[in-house]
Design a protein around this ligand. Structure first.
Ligand SMILES: [Zn+2]
Ligand SMILES: [Zn+2]
Length: 253
């Protein structure tokens, strides 16, 4: 039976240098439950080392986390890449790592990059700067993600920086993304009519939370049979009754 699932598919953990250090796996799952989300994806910048701990913490509470990563392309465009399971994401993360420049992080300037366990205890600090462009092109990222069975979603595609629109000025139709993630403040980017060539591409909305209180502030509601990547893909394709029901924009703060 199909039902509505509330999802926030773009959340950072403490490993992202720009994210709050209190975004431990436990905190992320607690906040997701408080916000009555049904599933989430955690997507750090160019790395996936905190994902097993987040998935472990989620499993203890009977909650579902889609393993993901926000990859930065050569063109300085952010892409959400989501996978069905940890081995698939882990293999992709190894590829991304080989394409991320070996520039050390400056924690004073960018923030710390802690790899943590399920409770948030620090195991080590990642030393390579994570917020950098890989030398993978947008098209290479798309092909690799598709080959690995993942979902490819340009992040905050209409934002004024690090987005498709900021870097290219438009959405290349031949890119055929699985969806476009809207920026949180930009309802204006919803397609206005069917003459918009991007109108057929589904939109999703997420929080891009870098602090705990933002988790779930923006979300997408999907009609699914269960909270899995396969069901999410069907919803984005509008197949078998699955669909994106609505986008929930942030409450005024
Ligand atoms: Zn981003
Ligand atoms: Zn992000």
């Amino acid at each position: 039976m199909l039902k509505e699932y509330h999802a926030d598919l773009h959340i950072h953990s403490c490993l992202s240098p720009c994210a709050s250090l209190d975004l431990s796996p436990r905190k992320i799952i607690e906040r997701a439950l408080e916000e009555r989300l049904d599933f989430i994806a955690v997507t750090d910048h160019n790395i996936a080392r905190n994902i097993p701990a987040v998935m472990g913490q989620a499993e203890k509470r009977g909650f579902r986390v889609i393993p993901g990563m926000e990859v930065q392309s050569r063109e300085e465009i952010h892409i959400l890449t989501l996978f069905s399971d940890w081995p698939s994401l882990s293999a992709w993360a190894e590829v991304v790592w080989r394409h991320l420049p070996e520039i050390p992080n400056d924690p004073e300037f960018f923030g710390d990059q802690p790899v943590v366990d399920e409770e948030g205890n620090i195991l080590e600090f990642e030393e390579r700067l994570l917020i950098n462009s890989t030398d993978l092109s947008l098209n290479e990222i798309r092909s690799q993600v598709r080959e690995r069975g993942g979902i490819f979603i340009p992040a905050h595609f209409d934002k004024e920086s690090l987005s498709l629109v900021s870097q290219l000025g438009f959405v290349p139709i031949d890119l055929e993304p699985d969806a476009l993630e809207m920026g949180r403040k930009t309802q204006a980017a919803l397609p206005k009519d069917s003459r918009d060539p991007t109108a057929a591409i589904p939109r999703i909305l997420c929080s891009d939370a870098h602090q705990a209180e933002d988790i779930g502030r923006a979300r997408s509601i999907f009609l699914l049979a269960e909270p899995t990547l396969a069901e999410l893909r069907l919803a984005l394709q509008g197949k078998e009754g699955r669909r994106v029901v609505t986008l929930v924009f942030p409450r005024p703060s």
